[in-house]
Design a protein around this ligand. Sequence first.
Ligand code: ASN
Length: 601
Amino acid sequence: MTSLSNRLNQSDVFQTKTSLCRSAVGKGCRRVSCDSSGSPDLSTDVETRVLVINTGGTIGMILHDGVLSPEPNALVKTLRTLPILHDEPYAQRTKLYEYYKSADKTLVLPRSKLDKRIVYTFLEYSPLLDSSNMTPKDWMTIGKDIEKYYEEYDGFVVLHGTDTMAYTASALSFMCENLGKPVVLTGSQVPIFEMRSDGRDNLLGALLIAGQFVIPEVCLYFHHKLYRGNRVTKVDSGSFKAFASPNLPPLANFEVDISINWDTVWRPSITAKFTVNTQMNQNVGLLRLFPGITTETVKAFLTAPMDGVILETYGSGNAPDNRQDLLDEIRKATERGLIIVNCTQCLKGTVTISYATGQALSKAGVVAGFDMTPEAALSKLSYVLAKQDISKEEKRKMLSRNLRGEMVADLEGAKLSLSDSRFIQVIARSLSIGCKEELEAIRNALTPALACAAAKNGDTEALEAIREMGTDLSLANYDGRTPLHIAACEGQVKVVQYLLSKGATVFVKDRFGDTPLRNAIHLRRKDVVELLRKCGAHLSPDELQDTGTELCRLAASGDLEGLKIWKLAGVDMAMPGYDGKKPTEVARTWKHNEVADFLLA
Ligand code: ASN
């Protein structure tokens, strides 16, 4: 690793490297080594990058004539003056602004407990919106920006008003298909410019998540808790604790320590690249039942252009079964092809068919929405209905399936509990351990090491047994290396395939800053590189730092096979080396014409 002082002395090398890092909302990431006085190599800060998309909301509002409204270009200026949210001495010492070329939009947090430096860059929308003014078009803009900058950042924070944040979070969770990085929505109840504001804490928490933990979900961070985005609802307009997630415990709690509930983190179970699907059907609506609702109201609501309706019912999904008029309207609508999803009006709980009143709706063709929030149900309906290539019946099936952890369907939840695991029981017995917390502690201590060993040996059966204990197969060992790192190094293709199909994250970096893809490239595991790429793996800007030089080295030695692997990994083969020369030029100089032709092709 190059020390900062070395790098600064070699200004030409520095220039070459900065050319990797483009302007405004830009590319690039560094590893910087220096202590607070600027001496080299006493400690190492790994920088991670977060893109902060500012859409508006109270967090950046200012009082004008007695009312709050969003203030353009104010947030970054204020944050720059707050040491807890920006370390200006570090920025100066490490020439941060020269490196990222976006001085006016880039800030850096003080070093975190995990020795990370989170460098964050703002992308501010214009106009900034109160979230009450937001529409699906704004969700699409956010989704598209996440897609556009996906490879340049380790995570994303979306600053948003609280009023409709639960809708945006739900919609983004469906739009983002095969998400592999954290997207964290946050905002505040009081503007960040005021003395007593929750905005500073909320922004800091969201940045710490997005910059340090590979939680591949659209989440919402508020008042010391990280929630799954499609599980939240705004419950209090006058409290800092504005959100609740009634049917799912938080993904993380920020107390003295940050504790992540890894078992709850949602992971996609198919191997495909990240994409953003912005097609949403807007002919959807929410109809809340109430005693005495008239047939005319129901009929009017269920007519064209409506394509789908969330019916908010009583208790565990009940509607009056003594109102044949209502049930007839509902049945006629579903027979016409309208999709109706049953969600409960209760804040907590699920739709079941334990009552005759609930069964009446399912007989009328209504799909059970189980424990979805109305916000999640509405955006899921909008997302599913917009799909062009599937039939009505498939859409109905899709709606009753869990797509992004938005619900627990009745047949799910068959997961083995920790106490069902024979393996853990044997260990627990020999250690005379009985209580749940102690069992969990053993599991957490043992399983990462066991899973890594199984990955090395190509033992997918053992991995499956470990997974059945309820263990997250993305957990890392003492070196921050996950089973996927190990399998990638060893070229265990079957294991890689298995892990990816179980949602193992491709973006986790070990303590040397390396992803499984980087490991596979170095050890020339062609099949593994291919598989990882299929899942959307890419080298981070940090990992790409010295790639040009590596390509030139391979070109100089005529190592065609080595170069092919880098190409397979999606790397730009024209990246210059430390001296600005491109690999093709180097290959020609050394008369490796076949290599030069390959590089040009
Ligand atoms: N009206 C604001 C908004 O949703 C409320 C807030 O952010 N606290 O934009």
